[in-house]
Write a protein that binds this ligand. Structure first.
Ligand code: PLP
Length: 473
């Protein structure tokens, strides 16, 4: 059972020891076994970030005039990002708590801009089908309807369909550099031309790519243009807590000019607490995260990030070559950048079963759907483990091929089923119930380990078990 607040406090040393012990069941990201969520370079860098964070952990960026230190971090971070993304002299922006906050803010900004300038009352936005889920969250939060831009066979946004999706209610168009699912960079130049012709803003979600694509390009890798060099691009989100290797809680949103950023801001003049102005979603803004982000940028500099990008690219190159060398597998689409996904091209090899085999060998890889696949968010750290990963992948494929029934067991069966369940509304309700269950008073199912569909299993698996039970009832 979870501990509520103790009656009397405990010594710091004892608390810290227990706290460290909590991490024992967490993913082994330090050894490069996890292929998402964490961008880890080693103990030394972590300690550096922690020290920078700690120095400002009590400071509050709520009001940019109170802590001049934090405003300075923010200004310098935004200046670095503006330069990195070839922004014009007026480029401005805000440090946020993460990619999701940056994405949410873009939608709020463009909704309000369209409302003020064009009296748009039923806002819509065009999102490629590969857009990160944060954009769908923004749609729901801010009441902006999604018009989905389908993908081509190469899993890129099909720009030929874009003109027909823009209408007078369109408040923004989105492109990703790269998109989370397949690592493809949307055709931003073509999208920018259309957006400009039609007079709608184009936001580029470079939450993943913002701190690595520029350095890959500087290293001489051929990449399409996606930043402010494309005239139609009006804003960019870029996370420092991903390939900027900062502590969690740091992203940026920049705009081509201040007259756009103004629509992001919130001002309330009649609050009994005083006249209030806020640049982003949060109230209290964590000074430690800004300090650590600033420190990471200062520590690596352009040369350091180029070096990290080169190591990442080498890991990606070897990963691709290794996948290409396994006849049953193929990389999905045409990824350009630090991440990729792969699927099976052999009917006898179920890719989710391959995922199970990789799990059994101590790796943690995300599963994709539409199309089915496995995901790899590659970091510089993965270069050290890539050969072992590929050896295990080869073995995993051979095992699945020799035992096709593996597709009907374990999480392969459940993921396969889930990806193809037709009744999405029903699935949504069930996910909501299960997810809410984890937040039940006392910690819910995470701790109880006893519900009839398998306590501690990942959500997807529990969901699938529920579905199977329901179907066979
Ligand atoms: C393309 C893209 N946009 C936005 C986000 C959201 O970022 P965060 O998880 O920091 O909120 C992600 C996260 O992976 C992403 O890949």
């Amino acid at each position: 059972m979870h501990q509520p607040m103790p009656e009397s406090g405990r010594p710091r040393e004892e608390v810290l020891q227990e706290l460290a012990a909590f991490g024992r069941e967490d993913p082994d990201y330090k050894a490069g076994r996890l292929w998402s969520l964490v961008y880890y370079l080693g103990k030394e860098h972590d300690a550096f970030l922690a020290e920078a964070y700690q120095a400002y952990s009590s400071a509050n960026g709520l009001n940019p005039t109170a802590f001049k230190s934090l405003k300075r971090f923010e200004t310098e971070i935004i200046a670095a990002v503006a330069e990195l993304h070839h922004g014009p002299a007026d480029t401005c922006g805000v440090v946020t708590s993460g990619g999701t906050e940056s994405c949410l803010l873009a939608v709020k900004t463009y909704r309000d801009l369209a409302r003020a300038r064009r009296r748009v009352r039923r806002p819509e936005m065009v999102l490629p089908a590969s857009a990160h889920v944060a954009w769908f969250k923004a749609s729901e939060y801010f009441g902006v309807k999604v018009r989905l831009l389908p993908l081509t066979a190469d899993l890129e946004a099909d720009v030929s369909r874009l003109p027909r999706l823009i209408n007078r209610n369109t408040v923004m168009v989105l492109g990703s550099a790269p998109g989370y699912p397949h690592g493809t960079i949307d055709p931003i130049e073509a999208m920018g031309r259309i957006a400009q012709e039609r007079g709608v803003p184009l936001h580029v979600d470079a939450c993943v790519g913002g701190f690595i694509l520029p350095f890959m390009e500087q290293n001489g890798e051929p990449l399409p243009l996606w930043d402010y060099r494309v005239p139609g691009v009006t804003s960019i989100s870029a996370d420092i807590h991903k390939y900027g290797y900062a502590a969690k809680g740091a992203s940026t949103i920049t705009y081509r000019s201040l007259d756009l950023l103004k629509y992001q801001m919130f001002v309330h003049t009649d609050w009994p607490g005083g006249v209030f102005a806020s640049p982003a979603l949060l109230g209290t803004r964590p000074g430690g995260a800004y300090a650590a982000a600033w420190a990471a940028i200062q520590h690596f500099g352009k040369a350091g990030y180029r070096e990290l990008a080169a190591r990442t690219s080498e890991a990606v190159r070897r990963l691709r070559a290794g996948i290409d060398a396994i006849p049953e597998l193929a990389v999905l689409g045409r990824p350009q950048g630090p991440l990729l996904a792969y699927g099976s091209i052999d009917k006898a090899v179920n890719i989710y079963a391959v995922g199970d085999q990789m799990d059994a060998r101590g790796w943690q890889v995300n599963r994709l759907q539409h199309p089915d696949g496995l995901h790899a968010m590659v970091t510089a750290r993965h270069l050290d483990v890539i050969d072992q990963y590929l050896a295990d992948l080869q073995e995993a494929v051979a095992t699945v091929k020799a035992n096709p029934r593996l597709a009907d067991t374990g999480s392969a069966a459940t993921y396969g089923l889930l990806a193809h369940v037709p009744l999405r509304g029903m699935v949504r309700q069930r996910v909501l119930d299960m997810f809410a269950g984890m937040y039940r008073a006392g910690g819910g199912d995470l701790d109880l380990n006893a519900d009839d569909i398998g306590g501690k299993l990942p959500l997807a698996e529990r969901l699938a078990r529920w579905y199977v039970k329901r179907k066979t009832r």
